[in-house]
Every structure is written in C-alpha cells, then in structure tokens.
Design a protein around this ligand. Sequence first.
Ligand code: ADP
Length: 260
Amino acid sequence: MSHLSATSVAARLGGHLVLDGVDLQVVPGRVTALVGPNGSGKTTLLRTCYRALPAAAGVVEVDDADIRRLRRRTLARTVGVSTQEPVTLGGITVRESVRLGRIVQRGLFESFGADDVDVVDTVLSQVGLADLADRDVLTLSGGQRQRVSIARALAQEPRILMLDEPTNHLDLHQQLSVLDLLRTLAQDGLAVLLTVHDLRLAVEYCDAMAVLSEGRLVAAGAPEEILDADLLRSVFRVRGEVTARDDGTRTLEIRGIARD
Ligand code: ADP
C-alpha cells in the first residue's frame, strides 16, 4: 500500500504560474477525483504528481519519499499512469500492448518470463479484456481501448494508479463501467487518482475529491461534505445540490446555471 501527498505545490507552464499552494492526499482504498472548471489545473496537477512536470515549488511525496529523488524505475513500479494519449499503434494485440507495462519490472532487454505472462493474464481479466486478448487494439471501441490503457498501467503492478480523464469520449455505459472498474481496484487496495470534468459522475463514483479553481485548491474531502450550494455556484457556476443516502450512494442534481 502506498500513499501520495502533495504539499504547497506550484507549477509553471509557458512562464505562467498555473498551480499555486496546492495540497493533496491520495490514499489506498479510495478513488480521489480532481475536479474543477476547464483550465483550473487538473491535468497539470496530475502531471506534477507523476513527475511529468517538475513542481516549481512545494513537494510531491510517495510514501514520504520526495518523487524528485526516486529512480525512474522505482517511480514506475509505484505509480501507474493512464494518459489521454490514444492507443493508435496498429498491428499489436491487446495482450502485447498490455505486456509493454511489464518493461518497468523487467527492463527493455530482459525477456519476459512465466510470471509476466501470469500478471498480464490477471490484469486482462481484471479489466474484462480476457476474451479480446488476441484482437488488434485498433479494432477495439473507445471504452475497450481505455481499458487497454488502464491494463497496461496495472501490468506495472503499481500501488497508485493515476488517470487523466479516463471517461472522455466514452458513451455513458462505458463511462460507468470504467468508473466501476476503478472503484473495484480501489477496494482491492489501490490508491486511485483521476481527473474528471463530469462533476455528476465524480460525485457518484469517487470517495474523495479535490476541487481546483484557477490553479488553487479550494476544497478537499467527501463530495457531500464539500460541494455545497455556495461552492457549486462560485466555482462551477451552477445551481445544484448533493444528496447522500444511507446506503452510501450519492447524487448531484444540477438545477441550472448560476446567474450572479
Ligand atoms: P484542466 O486540466 O483543469 O483543464 P490544465 O491543467 O490543462 O487545466 O491547464 C491549467 C492552465 O494552464 C490553463 O489555464 C491552461 O490555459 C494553462 N496551460 C496549459 N498548457 C499551457 C502551456 N503549454 N503554456 C501556458 N499555459 C498553459
């Protein structure tokens, strides 16, 4: 089990400070969503957390170790990442594509062994792709390709999984099924962090959320505790309400745009 913690993180893009003073906790067993309007810094924060972008200030730690000091391979074995890059490489099967995730355990020039085959098989069934293992990835639907990307990250056997907009471009059924999968993975002990712009989906599926606005963290915690009418109006510019039920489910009802 691993946890990630970001403290007072700032990030610069093209000379502009696009994140400032952001704190974030990502813990095992939970799906944590980064939410906020377009341009609020969700993707930038995620990239800072997996070291694709160096923090301009502050620190990101995995299990209390500064990620700047971790060896590349150590980081890759702890943090698996599924980005928005589409799976476009043709002539490669689902199984081969997922096996690429094993390189971080093996190194580029070591051959794959029986345990790699086992991990890939396990991961393929975990994400529901076992029956499609020998298909060319280019013949898959958007939702299935998203699962390939998640499976490849899982093949690294990470303890923290980060995903940039994993539900983008998917139909509703596929969105829900990817989020269901993430929830199951978290229940098995993974720490999951994702960016998501659909606030209603985030409220329904995520245990915790961090709300960004103009590069700053404005709230963090359980959706029903932080998303009150004021925050919905001031950050998301909508009128709405979160309802949490006794069975643990919650929904966000949006009543319209906020006019100020
Ligand atoms: P989100 O994921 O919430 O939509 P981003 O993290 O992509 O937001 O972007 C945060 C801010 O950084 C936005 O205001 C965006 O315009 C700005 N930004 C993104 N990329 C660059 C860049 N290469 N140069 C300058 N500003 C950028």
